[in-house]
Design a protein around this ligand. Structure first.
Ligand code: ATP
Length: 265
């Protein structure tokens, strides 16, 4: 089934974010994301990855530059439920069950799920049997997975994930890494994800953007042209390992820039 809203093209033009107080988190980012592709943003801790994602989500406004999602500002896309986010802090409503949280997202978007669609999503994120559980009865990783299911429920054209598997155990993480890209591909979702994990970025994405230490600037833009479906075990193959090495080398390059990272310490 097609997504509720078609996957948009996203353009960031000269995007800079300086917070009140003077912290410059993002500097002059120029990027275009093509519809239906998955892109990972990778960079050292505190470099400005989440800020860039929040800017694209319309949850922050750029200090200068502009962001355009299919011809409209991000706030517009957010309002039309064409965009879903699952961030580190899952922010589920505590008095609603997993199913209730997902159904609320659908109600707010004035959508109805097809038969069994909510159940299928709950199963997909490995929460079968926990549909009626409230967030307090779930582990941190389970809450994150519930938030992913909620983000997917409205079939957004644009899906923004910030460290979505941060609290998820390794085996479940591997299962999600197998299953979620299949769903994004089937739906044609444009997905942007922030991760600390270089191997996860290579496993999930069509493209990895490597950012410098704060303020985040682009140090490398690496195409991940590995065949799909991909399997975590496949990361040991020479072509995948070479891509991981390229991403790691770009991270080191960013750290070595004169005013950043190691050089700035
Ligand atoms: N609302 C805010 N007000 C002021 N400073 C902020 C705000 N949000 C983030 N920052 C600062 O901006 C910088 C970048 O933060 P951000 O959360 O984007 O980094 P990150 O790369 O996502 O970090 P991590 O990988 O550790 O999650 C940090 O120095 C942070 O303290």
């Amino acid at each position: 089934m097609a997504p509720e809203t078609p996957p948009p093209r996203i353009a960031c033009e000269g995007v800079t974010k300086i917070f009140a107080g003077g912290t410059e988190a993002v500097r002059d980012v120029n990027l275009t994301f093509e519809p239906g592709r998955t892109t990972a943003l990778v960079g050292p801790s505190g470099c400005g990855k989440s800020t860039l994602l929040r800017l694209i989500a319309g949850l922050e406004t750029p200090t200068s530059g502009r962001i355009d999602i299919a011809g409209a500002p991000p706030s517009e896309t957010l309002r039309h439920a064409g965009l879903s986010v699952a961030f580190q802090d899952p922010s589920l409503l505590p008095w609603r069950s997993v199913r209730g949280n997902i159904e609320l997202a659908l109600q707010l978007a004035r959508q109805k799920a097809a038969d069994r669609e909510v159940e299928d999503l709950i199963d997909l994120v490995g929460l079968g049997g926990f549909a009626e559980a409230r967030p307090a009865a779930l582990s941190g990783g389970m809450r994150q997975r519930a938030a992913i299911a909620r983000a997917l429920a409205t079939r957004p054209g644009l899906l923004l994930l910030d460290e979505p598997f941060g609290a998820v155990d390794e085996l479940t993480r591997q299962q999600l890494a197998r299953d979620l890209p299949k769903l994004w591909e089937a739906r044609g979702t444009t997905t942007l994800l922030v991760t600390h994990s270089v191997s996860e970025a290579v496993l999930l994405s069509d493209r990895v953007i490597v950012l410098t230490p704060r303020p985040a600037e682009i140090v490398a833009d690496i195409a991940i042209d590995l065949p799909r479906p991909r399997d975590p075990d496949g990361l040991r193959a020479p072509d995948a390992a070479a891509l991981i090495d390229r991403v790691v080398a770009a991270l080191s390059e960013g750290m070595a820039l004169p005013d950043r990272g190691i050089a700035a310490q």
